[in-house]
Design a protein around this ligand. Structure first.
Ligand SMILES: Cc1cc2nc3c(=O)[nH]c(=O)nc-3n(C[C@H](O)[C@H](O)[C@H](O)COP(=O)(O)OP(=O)(O)OC[C@H]3O[C@@H](n4cnc5c(N)ncnc54)[C@H](O)[C@@H]3O)c2cc1C
Length: 473
């Protein structure tokens, strides 16, 4: 998020002086690290949670899926601009064409998937989506899903070739390297400890670095701290962050580097969530390309863990409780008992019990091929709710102070895929007076900015084709 915002700001106003503090010894070692997230270029091509089923068997509403896809197109356009202008390296270092599939079992979900397909097949940004209930066809798309299956239950799949696998860590490192070349200070092993508003409206930041304490005074602060954003907002004391809490969901993956298996699976395959599972913890079987090497990843398995960052502290959750958010926290704990029970249950599952979920996707999977790894932490939003006291929210939310001097992002989904859209929202809310003057330049970087790309079939086809060409997809 910070790397994207810094790149946009430097492009729109090259005279800005920017300093970046990173508490770890390298950038991109938290959620944006490729092994801490799934690398799905979330465009709602295959994730069912953006388009839940209807109660009456009618076509599911595609509007949320279309909106996510339009946001992802801004990322594709930004990365294309960045490649064409030497900001990002060769696109094969961070993105690869990987078909996105949805695979379901049982008559009820087969019917739902067929209606989801009907609702999406003529939407311009979903052009090329295919649907099948034929095991032979599905086996052509992804053989590992079908091998070893008895064939006595109904199955269905959709597939769309325009999906992507993205190494968000590589993008982050490359964007920061470019920012450094432009004179931006990127200071690692430097943890921001305090954020204090001054009487003149500026902010004083204190960071603990390997060389002692560093102070900086800034007109604008972006809290790009991922799961720790809430902590820094609380230290800033801004009214707009009061009442928020963070519900951390840990994750684990199974990974295989067995190249015989890798060769048989070129797709990201999503399915239905288990009962009680949070929507973004739906396991999926994925092609993953990192540093030129291809592996298969299965997961994430959600787990209970009170840390807000993978390298955070088990005190993160208890120390985030304040008088203003104690009711939302309690309301979420009581109102989401099913989720808490599910997470604790997942935590207690042995590796062999976890393996059973993989067998549902890939009946021929052998435990010896797969290793269990820890994924990143997802910091989901808890916020006040007039009726319920507090609610758990699975999306993201931009928090900006009334005077626009401090801004940041809470929440985890759809995440890195829509970082460009999210950072444009930060610019709009925090740089309100400058934004109108920047719009023309933003449109040269992202031609679909400000429009509904999916409403214009020829513009959508052109955007997909142009970005596919530049990004070598
Ligand atoms: C299991 C899992 C799977 C996911 N899958 C996907 C996916 O498939 N597709 C997708 O688009 N998104 C996915 N996401 C979400 C995505 O990874 C995140 O939304 C995104 O990486 C967040 O980027 P960020 O810059 O906000 O945070 P981060 O990448 O976490 O960066 C925050 C940085 O701030 C630093 N920091 C924190 N506090 C301080 C401080 N006080 N001082 C200095 N530095 C500090 C941290 O060390 C860290 O480097 C997934 C996330 C998880 C956990």
């Amino acid at each position: 998020m910070s790397a994207t915002l810094g790149t946009l700001l430097k492009k729109l106003n090259p005279s800005l002086s920017i300093r970046v503090f990173e508490r770890l010894d390298q950038v991109a070692n938290e959620s944006s690290n490729p092994w801490n997230n799934a690398g799905t270029g979330h465009a709602a091509l295959c994730e069912l949670n953006y388009m839940p089923d209807t109660k009456d068997g009618s076509l599911p509403n595609p509007s949320k899926a279309i909106a996510i896809n339009e946001q992802f197109q801004l990322s594709r356009q930004f990365w294309s601009w960045a490649v064409s202008n030497g900001v990002l390296d060769d696109p094969t270092t961070f993105i690869s064409a990987t078909p996105h599939m949805t695979f379901v079992r049982g008559a009820k979900d087969v019917d739902y998937l067929s209606r989801r397909y009907e609702a999406l097949k003529n939407q311009p940004l979903f052009s090329g989506m295919e649907f099948s209930t034929d095991p032979k066809q599905i086996a052509k798309w992804a053989p590992l899903l079908i091998q070893g299956r008895s064939g006595d239950e109904p199955i269905a799949a959709t597939r769309i070739a325009s999906g992507t696998d993205v190494d968000f860590g590589a993008i982050t490192r490359q964007l920061f390297a470019h920012l450094k070349d432009q004179g931006v200070d990127v200071i690692t092993s430097a943890e921001v400890k305090s954020v204090k508003k001054q009487t003149d409206g500026t902010w004083n930041l204190k960071a603990k670095t390997s060389n002692g304490t560093q102070m900086v005074n800034a007109k604008f602060v972006f809290v790009g701290a991922g799961g720790w954003a809430l902590k820094l907002f609380q230290r800033s004391g801004i009214q707009e962050a009061k009442g928020y809490g963070t519900f951390p969901v840990g994750g684990q993956w199974l990974k295989t580097d067995n190249q015989e298996l890798v060769a048989l699976h070129k797709a990201k395959v999503y399915s239905q969530a288990s009962v009680g599972a949070p929507p973004m913890s739906v396991p999926h079987l994925d092609t993953r390309v990192v540093n030129g090497k291809t592996s298969l990843l299965f997961g994430p398995y959600a787990t209970a863990n009170p840390k807000f960052l993978k390298n955070g502290s088990i005190l993160d959750l208890p120390l985030s409780i304040r008088p203003a958010n104690v009711i939302p926290y309690l309301a979420v704990a009581v109102g989401n008992f099913g989720l808490v029970k599910y997470l604790v249950g997942e935590l207690l599952k042995s590796k062999s019990r976890k393996f059973e979920s993989l067998l549902e996707f890939m009946p021929t999977a052998k435990p010896g091929d797969w290793e269990l790894l820890n994924a990143g932490q997802r910091a989901q939003i808890i916020k006040k709710d007039a009726a319920k006291g507090g609610v758990l929210q699975f999306g993201t939310e931009i928090i900006t102070s009334a005077d626009g001097s401090i801004s940041g992002l809470l929440g985890a989904s759809p995440g890195a895929s829509t970082a460009v859209y999210a950072m444009l929202e930060v610019l709009k809310s925090a740089f309100n007076s400058e934004f109108a003057g920047w719009e023309k330049e933003i449109k040269t970087i992202m031609p679909s900015f400000g429009s509904h790309l999916n409403s214009d079939a020829s513009a959508a086809a052109k955007a997909l084709a142009d970005t596919a060409k530049t990004l070598k997809l």
